[in-house]
Design a protein around this ligand. Structure first.
Ligand code: UTP
Ligand code: MN
Length: 396
């Protein structure tokens, strides 16, 4: 956005309504206010950032302070500088057309993209590095922030993220790292993420936690998903408690972070494939151990939550959320998934034993209805299942 000086104020186009011929936006430095003569929007710098990024007061303050106040940690200032640079590139650079098309194709609205501060890292080896140098940020700081990589020759650095759609990962309003997705299908890997840094620790970071704080605080269950775009698409569809583990496995620290953000119940909504079910099984065991009320939403085969919400709509997804099964029921289902009534009895007993060890390791108990279910699955009487579980202290 460009502003032109006019007397002791500045004038420009208003970003909050369609462009007019005469720039209607007035910025009054002496009053520290902006006001649009056409649409009536007005306020101070914080209002401006909240409105233009559709973000909370707290996030607007973090964005402004990272840009204006010399940060105690120069890596934070570098990451904020990068987020801003990538954002501008996405909306203004011709080379970002493919990235904008990608967002459109996957039905991410512009307002959503702006709210999540999505961006684009231009192609070329040093475009961001050069822009950062002009802003007085050293290559060494970029390296510490995970934004630049030292050349093997030892001479200079190159940009870690090139020709990628950029997804800033934030905590407490501050950018702590990025995920970068290829937009041309031939790039590898599909996602390149920031390396582990002092600020960005994958095992304790949940993408979307800031954005979910308000809805978590009011008691809605946290929806834990695998991918960045699963979280973004769910939020866009009004499910405002979606957080993503971003290619890492659910850890104790993730659960601590969710609890600290006010989450009480969790729903695991992983991809509808072998890998997703295996990850959900590991996570279900972990959450059972931490005695966190948890259920599992199984996506239909081959779909992830992002694809599901586009196929079935927000109401379809909410219905599936309401039908999610208890984590322990999911463990039972998963253990017996490959077995049928014609499987050998030894295999069914082996499945029961593995299940018993899982429950024991998580100090979980079997309910009466689970005893019935197990009797059906193993193909024996409920009383023999009870006896088996009783011996191991697994009955409620
Ligand atoms: P998926 O491969 O399931 O991707 O990875 P996705 O989220 O469905 O991606 P889209 O929809 O094609 O964009 C799930 C998550 O795992 C991490 C990313 O966080 C991704 O969102 N991941 C995936 C990586 O870190 N690196 C990869 O190469 C792939
Ligand atoms: Mn996906």
């Amino acid at each position: 956005m460009q502003l032109l000086q006019s007397g002791d104020e500045w004038r420009g186009q208003c970003p909050f309504h369609a462009a007019r011929r005469r720039p209607p936006l007035r910025v009054l430095p002496h009053k520290k206010l902006f006001r649009c003569m056409s649409c009536g929007e007005e306020g101070d710098a914080i209002d401006f950032v909240m409105k233009s990024k559709s973000c909370l007061f707290r996030d607007a303050v973090a964005i402004l302070s990272a840009r204006l106040v010399p940060a105690a940690d120069p890596a934070i200032a570098a990451l904020e500088h990068a987020a801003f640079f990538y954002e501008r590139t996405l909306w203004e650079h011709p080379a970002a057309r493919a990235a904008r098309d990608h967002l459109r194709q996957r039905s991410i609205r512009e307002e959503t993209a702006r709210a999540w501060r999505l961006g684009y890292a231009p192609p070329g080896w040093t475009r961001f590095g050069e822009a950062a140098r002009c802003a007085g940020i050293s290559a060494r700081v970029l390296e510490v922030a995970g934004l630049a990589v030292p050349r093997p020759s030892g001479k200079g650095h190159y940009d870690r993220f090139r020709a990628r759609l950029m997804i800033p990962i934030r905590r407490g309003g501050q950018v702590i790292g990025f995920g970068g997705r290829v937009v041309d299908s031939d790039g590898e890997p599909k996602y390149l993420n920031s390396p582990e840094t002092a600020l960005f620790r994958k095992g304790e970071t949940l993408f979307g936690l800031d954005e979910s704080a308000a809805a978590l605080g009011s008691g809605s269950p946290a929806v834990v998903v695998e991918g960045f775009f699963d979280a973004i698409a769910l939020h866009q569809a009004g499910i405002r408690t979606a957080v993503a583990v971003c290619g890492s496995t659910v850890s104790e620290n993730h659960i601590v972070a969710l609890r600290a953000a006010g989450a009480r119940d969790l729903v695991l909504a992983f991809d509808g494939d072998e890998a997703g079910r295996a990850a959900a099984t590991r996570a279900a065991l972990l959450v059972l151990r931490s005695s966190c009320a948890t259920s599992v939403l199984e996506c239909p085969e081959g779909l992830d939550p992002d694809e599901m919400i586009h196929r079935e709509g927000p109401d379809g997804f909410r219905f599936r959320l309401s039908q999610a099964m208890y984590a322990s029921d999911f463990l039972i289902k998963q253990e017996f998934r490959r077995l049928t009534s014609s499987s050998a009895i030894e295999e069914r007993i082996a499945a029961l034993s593995r299940l018993a060890s899982s429950f024991a390791s998580a100090s979980a108990k079997c309910t009466a209805s689970q005893v019935q279910r197990l009797a059906q699955l193993v193909g024996c009487s409920a009383s023999s299942i009870e006896a088996f579980l009783m011996q191991r202290g697994l009955l409620t």
